[in-house]
Design a protein around this ligand. Structure first.
Ligand code: NAD
Length: 554
């Protein structure tokens, strides 16, 4: 297959399957869905999102995975090593049909330089989080998490939502592209600085962004008018954050909130240094990667220094999980970590209750199936107003990308209820085909990422990476449909180890048992992790549950 034309991959819809069972078919459809033109950022390069996050290592590997899944028995397990299918073993019906390991390196070698060297030799790929684990569902996936974060930011700092507030950010990529819609859902007026006009256009096309300009004055005038009237607005500004933010500081413009989601986790194939247009950046990346990385880090330093200046002038500043602070420190911004991460600031109390981004996709391809599950969620949790608001807004405002899908944050006890209900709906024919259930790796109990998910843990256990491995092992033991262990997602090489899981609700009794186990143990790991780290919220929560923790509840 050509590597420069968009490939037009589209997951099959409906109830006809080309694999030997629904679980294999689900893996096949979700792999294909990750690479659907509507879903992936650069499907021609197998890149799904998050800089260079890929679904398969190469096109021959992709085709071999597809063929393997089609041939895979109900008692077999396919092993995928960084996007390459490397073996198929006899396991058993309740075992995962696929086990994946992505981008893992021995810790002393765990650098981008080593990764790029090995990638160039064809030995590995960057799996990001849900790219290499085949459960990316487009920008909606992050939309709800971003909405939760902006909503929590409004509650924490402004005693309500973000109405009348000016939010400034960077990056309109696969994840960052959720920011404009999430901020307007939370009532704010957001200015998103993005260097790539195609990305801006994509967000306009998908209705995630309201308007765009290349003119900073025009953008600021729009924002000012919106904040004055308390109106929600999103504006894309074509520009480079390392130029625009320092310019705003020079002008004395201070937003109410400043954050960033440029792909700073990768200083070579992610962040774009100032002073270069996209073509010049691409040329320099090829001709002088070392020089590029230096310029990139220097640009991040300017960018973060400007965020710090805004923070000192009164803006609420938070890091949004792209590791920009670490590179800024390397390039001389010593106080970069005065900007706190969004997890300790807003998300950790949710993690203590096993809450995190629960998501599902309808393999029928019919949006009606998702609307039916939306109604089921509202019936299951009638007292959760926040959830009601989200599900209603998502139903009205989220454009489908690829297979229809939904996400919402549910905690321990809640996920299993939802999963079992969906399985019943498949069994009864209320849904036209099975549903896959998974989650992001931005999660409560499956990630070790000291600059993000596990930043500032109460007991200092930020860098302990046993937890994601235990998570993957328990999900495997419990019968998840596919399980993955990754390195470097979100924040880049050397900075994170994390695990993913997907479980299929195909309406069968066997699926019911698997769902019950997996959707209990997976969020349960989040509760256990936070009890172990000494969080009072987690301790209080666990007392009312059946989670067994030796020495604590049993
Ligand atoms: P992406 O690569 O799809 O998009 C990044 C965007 O940043 C691109 O559109 C790029 O043109 C733009 N960009 C790069 N340098 C720029 C600059 N100097 N000025 C303006 N724009 C610039 O990546 P993504 O999937 O959107 O992820 C963004 C970042 O967020 C990544 O670092 C990712 O690891 C991280 N991330 C955060 C979360 C979270 O929940 N907070 C989750 C996943 C990933």
């Amino acid at each position: 297959m050509s590597t420069d034309a968009r490939p037009n991959i589209r997951a099959p819809r409906g109830t006809e399957i080309s694999c030997k069972g629904w679980v294999q078919e689900a893996a096949l459809r979700m792999l294909m869905n990750n690479l659907d033109n509507e879903v992936a950022e650069a499907p021609e390069k197998l890149v799904v999102y998050g800089g260079t996050g890929k679904a398969a290592r190469s096109w021959p590997d992709y085709h071999r995975i597809v063929a393997s899944l089609r041939d895979l028995g109900d008692d077999e397990t396919l092993l995928v090593q960084s996007g390459r299918p490397v073996g198929i073993f006899r396991s058993h019906a309740d075992a995962p049909r696929v086990l994946l390991a992505n981008s893992l390196l021995v810790p002393k070698w765990a650098t981008w330089e080593e990764h790029h060297r090995l990638e160039a030799m064809g030995l590995t790929m960057f799996g990001q989080m849900t790219a290499g684990s085949w459960i990316y569902i487009g920008t909606q996936g992050i939309l709800q998490g971003t909405y939760e974060t902006f909503a929590a930011c409004g509650r924490t700092h402004f005693g309500g939502d973000l109405s009348g507030k000016f939010v400034l950010t960077g990056g309109l990529g696969g994840m960052g592209g959720a920011q404009p819609l999430a901020a307007t859902m939370a009532g704010g007026a957001i200015l998103c600085v993005e260097v790539d006009p195609d990305r801006i256009q994509r967000r306009l096309d998908h209705r995630y962004l309201m308007k765009a300009t290349r003119d900073l004055d025009e953008a600021l005038a729009w924002i000012e008018a919106a904040t004055a009237k308390g109106e929600a607005l999103s504006v894309g500004l074509e520009g480079n954050c390392a130029e625009v933010l320092p310019e705003l500081v020079r002008r004395g413009v201070t937003p109410d909130v400043v954050t960033d989601q440029t792909s700073a986790h990768d200083p070579l194939v992610g962040y774009v240094p100032d002073g270069l247009d996209l073509a010049e950046a691409a040329a320099l990346r090829e001709s002088d990667p070392e020089g590029y990385i230096q310029r990139s880090k220097a640009a991040m330093a300017k960018h973060v220094a400007a965020m710090r200046a805004m923070q000192k002038a009164g803006a609420v500043a938070f890091d949004y999980g792209n590791n920009i602070r670490a590179f800024a420190v390397e390039a001389g911004v010593e106080d970069a970590f005065e900007i706190k991460g969004f997890i300790p600031e807003y998300i950790r109390p949710l993690f203590c209750e096993g809450k995190g981004p629960f998501r599902w996709a309808a393999l029928s391809g019919d949006p009606e199936d998702i609307y039916a599950t939306d109604r089921a969620i509202l019936e299951l949790f009638p007292d959760n107003e926040h959830l009601r608001k989200w599900i209603t807004m998502a139903g009205e405002q989220v454009a489908w990308q690829g297979l229809p899908a939904r996400i919402c944050w549910l905690g321990y006890g809640e996920r299993v209820k939802a999963g079992l209900r969906f399985n019943e709906m498949v069994k009864s024919g209320e849904l036209k085909a099975p549903v896959v259930i998974g989650r992001d790796h931005l999660d409560c109990g499956s990630v070790a990422s000291p600059n993000r998910e596990t930043e500032a843990m109460k007991d200092g256990s930020d860098a302990i990476a046993d937890w994601p491995i235990l998570n993957a092992m328990i999900n495997t033991a419990c019968g998840a449909s596919w399980v993955s262990v990754h390195h470097g997602g979100g924040v880049g090489m050397g900075y994170s180890i994390h695990a993913g899981m997907v479980v299929v609700a195909d309406g069968s009794e066997a699926a019911q048992r698997r769902l019950e186990r997996v959707l209990t143990s997976d969020p349960g790991m989040g509760v256990v992790r936070h009890v172990d780290a000494g969080y009072e919220e987690a301790n209080r929560f666990v007392q009312g549950t059946d989670v067994k923790i030796p020495g604590v509840t049993v």
